[in-house]
Design a protein around this ligand. Structure first.
Ligand code: EPU
Length: 421
């Protein structure tokens, strides 16, 4: 297992390109199963969750070529409808194969994803939606066993806005008999990217980008190509790397619409934001960080996937801030590790109360999940002395070579291969 060794204190400045969005790719890849042919997904990030999804698709019979962010998927000869535990346990997004397999082959057996580092992450909405569309679903020895000769269109209302359930039902509905309407659909940009891909494949979808999606099922879809949208979470994490170290960072390949809520908060915390075409620049306007509260919510609100990074940033603010997570109420495993670096944080229910300290001090810390690891790297960049972030395989799931990007911006960070733990 690798670790990062960071000598903190350098101001990060410069320009960095944003790669394709992990959470868009993880939906676009299984969506390709809905047609028999060759699909091309441009701007696919080369990160571990994408490789995990590729292994799963390959297990189902998909052949692929992946070079320079161009992913070609050949779905002509699908040989299995089973997503085994060994693949699903590594990544919950594997459950995205359920809708497409059931819709195209009438059967799917997918391992239940189970818990996650910050508590339960149910998939009841995926299953209830598919049942409403006529699927027979049984839970057998840890597997979802789903059958439906032909799915039928249905009126589906999600009590909670869910990215994954919207994606799964949307994919399934494209090949169902009749019309499906999804009410309270997620409007995250990654879902819009997916809907646009399905539309290019020939699906009839109205309401893209809104919370009501109306899908008229088709007999079949055709393979096509699509550009993956930029990763708003990677962009946000890198901008905070600039902000927490007092530097000026420019990200390109992304526009404000993807992460306006974060840019507004960065502005409130004392940074000016300059925009030019697909470049966003952060410019220091203060020599201290203004404490700024955030509350996570669904898009276009502040994303839960940027909560841990904001907590690290606020640990050096000039006062007290409160960070509340309304999407995942237990997502605070980064807090004890940030405290080891000298942060003053108390978690009360689903909020972290952060009392800014004058400095953080390097220490050994442990990654527990993807975004928690990102927050530890950010804190390490700003801390005095040496920070070792252990178990960076969590980080590698969702960021492509982040240490190289950070180094190019002036960070003193190195990966030590096969280190302890
Ligand atoms: N929920 C239910 N029942 C369901 C599904 C969700 O109650 O059947 C609840 C969840 O417990 C949560 C809320 O609905 O409180 C939202 O969960 P959602 O289904 O939207 O999450 P997801 O689809 O499992 C995706 C991202 C996550 C991101 C969330 C929220 C992918 C592959 N994953 O997960 O990304 O945190 O949306 O925006 O798209 C990450 O990248 O680090 C990550 C965890």
């Amino acid at each position: 297992m690798d670790k990062f060794v960071i000598h903190g204190g350098n101001k990060l400045s410069g320009t960095v390109k944003i790669d394709g969005a992990k959470n868009a790719s993880l939906a676009l890849m299984p969506a390709s199963l809905l047609a028999a042919g060759k699909s091309i997904l441009y701007n696919t990030p080369e990160l571990n969750d994408v490789f995990t999804m590729l292994k799963l698709l390959n297990h189902l019979g998909v052949k692929y070529q992946f070079e320079n962010h161009k992913l070609e998927l050949d779905t002509i000869n699908i040989t299995s409808q089973d997503a085994p535990y060994e693949h699903v346990k590594k990544m919950r997004a594997s459950v995205y194969v359920l809708g497409p397999l059931l819709a195209r082959y009438g059967a799917a057996k997918v391992s239940l994803p189970g818990g996650c580092a910050w508590g339960p992450r149910p998939i009841n909405l995926h299953l209830e939606g598919l049942k409403k569309m006529g699927a027979e679903i049984d839970l057998v020895e840890g597997y979802i066993v789903a059958k439906a000769k032909k799915l039928k269109g249905a009126d589906i209302h999600f009590d909670v806005s869910s990215v994954g359930a919207t994606g799964n039902i949307l994919m399934a509905a494209t090949l169902a008999d009749g019309i499906t309407v999804i009410h309270n659909a997620a409007i995250e940009p990654e879902i819009t990217n997916l809907a646009n891909y399905l539309k290019k494949m020939g699906a009839k979808i109205e309401g893209i980008g809104t919370s009501v999606l109306r899908i008229q099922g088709s007999e079949q879809l055709s393979s096509t190509e699509i550009e993956t949208i930029p990763d708003r979470i990677e962009a946000g994490t890198l901008l905070i790397a600039g902000a927490i170290t007092g530097g000026n960072i420019k990200v390109y390949g992304i526009t404000r619409e993807y992460f306006n809520s974060l840019l507004i908060k960065l502005n409130d915390s004392g940074y000016n934001i300059l925009e030019n075409n697909d470049t966003i620049e952060l410019i220091t306007s203060n020599n201290f960080i203004i404490p700024t509260d955030v509350t996570t919510s669904v898009f276009p609100g502040y994303p839960t996937d940027m909560q841990a990074q904001w907590t690290a940033y606020m640990s050096l603010a000039n006062g007290v801030s409160t960070i509340t997570d309304n999407i995942y109420i237990d997502r605070f495993s980064h807090v004890p590790e940030l405290i080891r670096l000298g942060a003053n944080i108390t978690v009360k229910e689903n909020s972290a109360v952060v009392k800014g300290v004058r400095k953080l001090k390097g220490a050994k810390v442990m990654s527990t999940d993807l975004r928690a690891s990102a927050s530890l790297v950010l804190a390490g960049l700003a801390a005095e002395g040496t920070t070792e972030v252990l178990r960076v395989y969590h980080l590698d799931r969702g960021y492509q070579k982040i240490e190289e990007k950070l180094r190019a911006l002036g960070a003193d960070i190195e990966r030590v291969k096969g280190a302890e733990y």
